[in-house]
Design a protein around this ligand. Structure first.
Ligand SMILES: Cc1ncc(COP(=O)(O)O)c(C=O)c1O
Length: 467
C-alpha cells in the first residue's frame, strides 16, 4: 500500500516535472497552464504558473494553487483565494506578487513576524546539525527551551508536543492522572467555559464549549462540564468533588476575544484550591507576549497550576507545550505520556530563538505599547462608525464588535466577515471570528506606521461597507 502510493507519487512528480518543462518551453495549447497527469488518469487540476525570479523558476499562480487545493485537499477549511508564498516582518506576498499587511499573523503564530532572522538562523543551523532525535535520548535544545520558559515562572516542569490541541490533550490527561495520584477517588471531570476553544482532537473538541465543533463526532468522551464564561455563580455550582481541573482561556480567542474578569479567575483559583483540582489556563493563543505580558495570567492576581502553549512558541515551526507546577507534573511518570515529534531538536531550536528574541527585543513591552496604540486607533474609528459596538481585548489581541446594524438598510448581515473580505481586497489580513467580531492579531514587532496603514485600509473598507 505504502509502496504503491509512493510509486504513484513519484510518477505524478515526474509527470508534473515534464509538463512544467513543456510549459517553460512554451509548448501546449495553453501556455502557462499545466495539466497534471498521474497513474495514467487525467486529473482535473489545471495549474496556472507564472515566471518569477530566475532562481525560483516557474511558480504556481493563486489560481493554480487553488485548483490543486480543491482537487487534492480535504475540504476542512473555507479558504480565501490568496496564497501567501513569502513573508517578512508584518508583510506577506502572495503567489501573484501582491503585498499584504498581516494583522492576523497566522492566527497568533507569527509573534515575531514572518521569517524573523533569529528564528531563520536557528532553524538553518539546527537543520544542518540534527533534525530529529527520539525522546528515548536526551535532547539538548529541549532542556534549554524548558529552562528558558520555566525560570522565573511559577512552573517547574515542561512537556513538549506539536500543537495547541496536543498541549490541551496533555493537560486533560495530566489533570486526570494528578487526581488519581492525589485523591485516589477516581475524580475525572474537567470544567470548561462555553464559547471556549481548546482544539480539534476528540478530547479537546469535547473540552471546547461550542457544540458546532462537536456535531457529527458523537459519541464524545465523557467527563466534561460547561459553564458560561465569566459567570462566577455557575462556576461555583459546577466545581465539585468530581472536578479534576478547571480549564479556561484568560482571553477567549476563537470565541470572540472575550477577556476573563479578574474576579472570575480569582474565584476559579479559590474553588480549585478548596477542591484540590487543578486550574489550567489555555494560553495557546494568549501566550508568548501576545497580550502585553509573557503569559496572559500575569494580568491577573492569580497563578494557575499549569498553562498550555503552542502557536507563537515556535515562531512558525510547529511546537506545543504544557508547563506545570512541580507537584502536578509529578503525575506524568515514564510511559504515561509521550510524543514522537514532541520537543524535537528543530522545533526546540526555533522556540528557543523565539523566547530569547522576545526577551532581547523587549517584545512583551512592545506588544503592550502597540496594543494600546492599536486599541486607541480602533476606538477612534469606532467613534466615526456607529456600527461598531465595542473594541475589546488585551495587548495585541483585539476584537472589534459590530452591533446589529438593525434598521439600517445598508447594514450587512455579517458585517465582520464582509469587512474582513473588503480588507483582504485592499491588502490587509484580518479575520472574522464570528459574523459580528473582527479579530486583530498582528505580530508583536508591528510598528505605529503599520498600524496607521492598517487602520486606514480598515477605514476605507468600512466606508464602502457602511457608507
Ligand atoms: C486557545 C486555543 N487553544 C487551542 C487551540 C488549538 O491549537 P491547534 O490548532 O494548534 O491545535 C487554539 C487554536 O486556535 C486556541 O486558540
Amino acid at each position: 500500500m505504502t509502496g504503491d502510493s509512493g510509486h504513484q507519487r513519484r510518477e505524478e512528480g515526474s509527470a508534473a516535472a515534464s509538463v512544467r518543462a513543456r510549459a517553460r518551453a512554451g509548448a501546449g495549447a495553453h501556455p502557462g497552464l499545466l495539466w497534471l497527469r498521474g497513474g495514467g488518469r487525467a486529473m482535473e487540476a489545471c495549474c496556472e504558473t507564472r515566471k518569477t525570479s530566475a532562481h525560483d523558476g516557474d511558480r504556481l499562480t493563486t489560481t493554480g494553487i487553488g485548483d490543486l487545493s480543491a482537487r487534492y485537499l480535504m475540504h476542512t477549511y473555507s479558504r480565501a483565494m490568496i496564497a501567501p508564498v513569502r513573508g517578512s516582518g508584518v508583510r506577506v506576498w502572495d503567489a501573484d506578487g501582491k503585498e499584504y499587511l498581516d494583522f492576523l499573523g497566522g492566527i497568533a503564530v507569527c509573534g515575531l513576524g514572518h521569517c524573523h532572522p533569529a528564528v531563520v538562523a536557528a532553524v538553518k543551523k539546527q537543520a544542518e546539525t540534527l533534525l530529529h532525535c527520539s525522546n528515548l535520548y536526551l535532547i539538548e535544545g529541549q532542556a534549554l527551551l524548558a529552562k528558558a520558559l520555566l525560570d522565573g515562572s511559577p512552573f517547574g516542569k515542561a512537556f513538549f508536543c506539536n500543537s495547541g490541541a496536543e498541549a490541551n490533550e496533555a493537560a486533560i490527561k495530566l489533570a486526570r492522572k494528578y487526581a488519581r495520584m492525589r485523591h485516589e477517588d477516581g475524580r475525572y471531570e474537567i470544567v470548561t467555559a462555553l464559547g471556549s476553544f481548546h482544539g480539534r482532537t476528540l478530547a479537546t473538541v469535547t473540552a471546547t464549549g461550542q457544540p458546532k465543533y462537536q456535531k457529527g463526532f458523537e459519541p464524545l468522551p465523557t467527563g466534561f462540564r460547561y459553564v458560561p464564561f465569566n459567570d462566577v455563580a455557575a462556576l461555583e455550582k459546577a466545581v465539585s468533588d468530581v472536578t479534576a481541573a478547571v480549564l479556561l482561556e484568560p482571553v477567549q480567542g476563537e470565541g470572540g476575544v472575550h477577556v476573563a474578569d479578574e474576579a472570575y479567575l480569582g474565584r476559579a483559583r479559590q474553588l480549585c484550591d478548596e477542591r484540590g483540582a487543578l486550574l489550567i489556563l489555555d494560553e495557546v493563543q494568549t501566550g508568548m507576549g501576545r497580550t502585553g505580558r509573557m503569559f496572559a495570567f500575569e494580568h491577573f492576581a492569580i497563578e494557575p497550576d499549569a498553562v498550555t502553549l503552542a502557536k507563537a512558541l515556535g515562531g512558525g515551526v510547529p511546537i506545543g507545550a504544557i508547563l506545570a507546577r512541580d507537584e502536578a507534573a509529578q503525575a506524568f511518570t515514564p510511559g504515561t505520556h509521550a510524543s514522537t515529534f514532541g520537543g524535537n531538536p528543530l522545533a526546540c531550536a526555533a522556540a528557543l530563538a523565539v523566547v530569547e528574541t522576545i526577551r532581547a527585543e523587549g517584545l512583551v513591552e512592545r506588544a503592550a505599547e502597540m496594543g494600546r496604540y492599536l486599541a486607541g486607533m480602533l476606538g477612534a474609528l469606532a467613534g466615526r462608525f456607529p456600527q461598531v459596538a465595542e473594541i475589546r481585548g488585551k495587548g495585541l489581541m483585539l476584537g472589534m464588535e459590530f452591533g446589529e446594524c438593525e434598521g439600517d438598510a445598508r447594514g450587512p448581515a455579517a458585517p465582520a466577515r464582509d469587512v474582513a473580505a473588503a480588507c483582504l481586497g485592499r491588502g490587509l489580513l484580518v479575520n472574522a471570528v464570528s459574523d459580528t467580531t473582527l479579530r486583530f492579531l498582528p505580530p508583536l514587532v508591528v510598528g505605529r506606521a503599520d498600524i496607521d496603514e492598517a487602520v486606514s485600509i480598515l477605514e476605507k473598507a468600512m466606508g464602502v461597507m457602511f457608507g
